[in-house]
Design a protein around this ligand. Structure first.
Ligand code: X2X
Length: 342
């Protein structure tokens, strides 16, 4: 419950007689008043994105099952700052929980970008095998060493597609000099440089206005985000490049997490991981179904020969360079799921 919703509830409640009040206080608002652990969850996504919808449900379930002891407030839509800001806040403990793309987290934990290697995964079956398997475990281990806790189930962002206001991207040559926004992450910049584009690192909080004012021509994101963040209002074309899979690690501040009693940690863990699985289903369904809606809103879609884009990356030495950066061991874990990449 947001602060204003709670205030509204209390105003309404105070108008009731004592008897009705007592019986109406069995809901979550009664618990929220005296929560022993008041916590903040933050994300860069709109409130209507499945990640925040499922997170809100989880927060309510946690409040209830903990008997009102754990009250997690949900702050969507960069309300607490850009990803860069929120990452430092979750490290300092100003935010308790934060969902962040592994690729952006790689500014702190280098190996966390490994799932974003261009065209590594061909479908969700490979993605979940890797991320719920050894690759995810390897990355979570590295995150743990950086003072953050990553929950077992990574949340889905999706396979990313390129949008543009200037021209459709149909072949690798169309990206030559193309001004494209990428999130703040060395892997993203490196990949679009290898594709000969002109990438600009911009936090998601600034993407809509950067596209609107044409600071950049295009950006890349899964359809669920193009839809829920209304990027279709400032873009004309969408190319199904599926150039990488991206997910959100559910992060907790390590010190806060250690201080939380074990029984409460178990309740939080259970509901957060269940919400992640529900969110994966929602996002997959959304990504498969919104194309029609986005066409009505004016986006023109095209498919591409992804092998051609992958060939360009290979020729530019992209796979060789990143294998050297991650090291042969981490690369071998990735290739166990993706097949040989070089
Ligand atoms: O910044 C983006 O483009 C987004 C919303 O997809 C991520 O968080 C990586």
């Amino acid at each position: 419950m947001t602060r204003s919703a709670r205030r509204q509830f209390l105003t309404q409640a105070s108008a009731l007689t004592a008897g009705t009040l007592a019986s109406s206080m069995v809901g979550s608002a009664a618990f929220a008043q005296g929560a022993e652990f008041k916590m903040k969850f933050a994300s860069n996504l709109p409130a209507i994105h499945p990640l925040n919808v499922r997170m809100k449900e989880a927060a309510e379930a946690i409040l209830k099952e903990s008997g009102g002891r754990v009250d997690i407030q949900v702050f969507p839509n960069n309300q607490l700052g850009s990803d860069t800001d929120m990452l430092s806040q979750v490290r300092s403990g100003a935010i308790d929980f934060f969902t962040l793309s592994g690729l952006i987290l790689s500014t702190l934990v280098p190996v966390a970008s490994i799932n974003g290697i261009g065209f590594a995964f061909k479908d969700y079956e490979q993605v979940w095998a890797a991320m719920d398997g050894d690759l995810g475990a390897h990355v979570r281990g590295a995150i743990g060493k950086a003072g953050l806790v990553a929950f077992d189930k990574i949340w889905d962002n999706g396979f990313r597609q390129i949008t543009s206001s200037s021209k459709p991207i149909t072949k690798p040559e169309d990206l030559k000099g193309f001004k494209i926004r990428v999130p703040v992450s060395p892997l993203w910049t490196s990949m679009f440089k290898a594709l000969d584009a002109s990438p600009a690192s911009i936090n998601f909080s600034e993407v809509y206005s950067a596209l609107q004012t044409k600071i950049v021509e295009g950006q890349e994101n899964p359809l669920a985000i193009i839809q829920t963040a209304k990027l279709y209002e400032v873009q004309k074309f969408c190319s199904f490049t599926n150039h990488m899979w991206d997910g959100f690690w559910f992060l907790a501040n390590g010190k806060m997490w250690e201080k939380l009693p074990a029984d409460l940690r178990a309740i939080v863990t259970k509901h957060i991981n269940a919400a992640a699985l529900a969110e994966r289903n929602d996002v997959r369904r959304l990504n498969n179904s919104v194309e029609v809606e986005l066409k009505v809103k004016g986006l023109t879609f095209n498919t591409v020969d992804t092998a051609a884009f992958r060939g360009t990356l290979k020729k530019a030495g992209f796979y060789k360079d990143w294998k050297a950066k991650y090291g042969a061991d981490a690369w071998a874990i990735l290739e166990k799921y993706s097949g040989k990449l070089e």
